[in-house]
Write a protein that binds this ligand. Structure first.
Ligand code: AMP
Ligand code: ZN
Ligand code: FE
Ligand code: FE
Length: 279
């Protein structure tokens, strides 16, 4: 079993990177990818602990992209080195995240919500790790929402009063920059695009054309039928059907590393197929 979609406190997960490796080993994973949003900062600690535990750590991240008129998340795997065009792009996205978060906090203040930027940062491991889920947690703690999901519905989701967009990059650009660092890309949770079947097919075709290697079919929150349909979609475009839990710790309850909601078990061979696509 493997898990190719995991978040740590380097972004908006609640467990430190080393703990992610421990949870994976305990769950029986042979390999994992740490895929924090727009950052590689958790990788050294996760890799060190994974090595101690005898499991493989794939160096990854999840990049916020704009494509097809919607937010699109792109998973990147096997990132090499400490610098390169991908690293520069991630740094740019993190800078914009900090600026966005400051505007978000100011927006909440305008709306009369008693919440400061510093309080929000205190919820995260650092300024660059801060994301909307941390704001959501704080809104729940202040009794202004009943759950993280409710906080998004009331305040933080697109179209809601405290939504502030942040910079996004085109997936084709991420694919080119990833390639320069020896890495490959996969489309994360494709149903988030909310496209009709033929539109999704066309969009995936464009990504395959742009050099994508995979598509996340075995996503913990998808039904068996959805996973099967996405695996078919991947096969039609000669993409590897990847999978993972999208574990975020307590900020996104009900998901376990490796097993997702209890019915996930991504095959080890998925990682071999993905590795075979490295440039
Ligand atoms: P950010 O990168 O700060 O814009 O936050 C993105 C994070 O918010 C991702 O991890 C999503 O899983 C989470 N998220 C986005 N929309 C929702 C929602 N409606 N309910 C709960 N979490 C959400
Ligand atoms: Zn997240
Ligand atoms: Fe995502
Ligand atoms: Fe994710």
């Amino acid at each position: 079993m493997i898990d190719l979609h995991l978040h740590s406190s380097a972004s908006d997960g609640t467990d430190p990177p080393a703990v992610i490796a421990e949870l994976a080993e305990a769950a029986g994973c042979r390999a994992i990818a740490l895929t924090d949003h727009d950052t590689l900062a958790g990788l050294p600690a996760a890799a060190a602990r994974a090595a101690e535990l005898g499991i493989e750590l794939v160096r990854g991240c999840e990049v916020s992209c704009a494509f097809s008129g919607a937010t699109t998340h792109v998973l990147v795997y096997f990132v090499e080195g400490e610098e390169g065009p991908l690293h520069d792009e991630l740094a740019r996205l993190r800078q914009d995240r900090v600026a966005r978060n400051r505007v978000l906090a100011a927006r909440l203040a305008e709306l009369g919500v008693p919440l400061t930027y510093d309080e929000a940062v205190a919820q995260a491991a650092g300024e660059e790790s801060l994301g909307r889920p941390h704001f959501a947690t704080l809104l729940v703690a202040k009794g202004l929402a009943t759950s993280v999901a409710d906080a998004f519905d009331r305040w933080l989701a697109p179209g809601r009063p405290a939504y502030v967009p942040k910079a996004r990059v085109h997936p084709a650009e991420v694919a080119a920059k990833a390639r320069a660092s020896g890495a490959v890309c996969a489309l994360a949770h494709p149903l988030t695009l909310e496209l009709a079947e033929d539109d999704l097919d066309r969009a995936v075709g464009q990504l395959a054309e742009a050099g994508f290697a995979g598509l996340e079919a075995y996503y913990a929150s998808y039904s068996p039928a959805e996973r099967a349909a996405l695996a078919d979609l991947a096969a039609r475009h000669d993409l590897v059907a990847t999978g993972g839990s999208d574990y975020h710790g307590t900020i996104k309850p009900g998901l376990a590393v490796g097993t997702g909601r209890g019915d996930l078990a991504v095959d080890d061979q998925v990682l071999e197929r993905l590795a075979a696509r490295r440039p």
